[in-house]
Design a protein around this ligand. Structure first.
Ligand SMILES: [Cu+2]
Length: 68
């Protein structure tokens, strides 16, 4: 198991949290996604390290952007 954190910009409400959680949660090997709306911090637990480009694409797909 590995845990990574990302910062997602542009989330404003629970719907945004659900959209981001859903897209990242659909990536292969992801077992949990925790989103802190106030800070934009997204904590992802997965069976193996995630490809950064895949995470970026998932966040894009949800309609948001990875910060930094
Ligand atoms: Cu929203």
């Amino acid at each position: 198991m590995t845990t990574s954190t990302y910062t997602v910009s542009g989330m404003t409400c629970g719907h945004c949290v659900n959209a981001v959680s859903g897209e990242i949660g659909a990536l292969p090997g992801v077992t949990s996604v925790d989103v802190d709306l106030a800070t934009g911090l997204v904590t992802v637990t997965s069976e193996q390290p995630l490809d950064a480009a895949a995470v970026r694409a998932a966040v894009d797909e949800a309609g948001y952007a990875l910060a930094g």
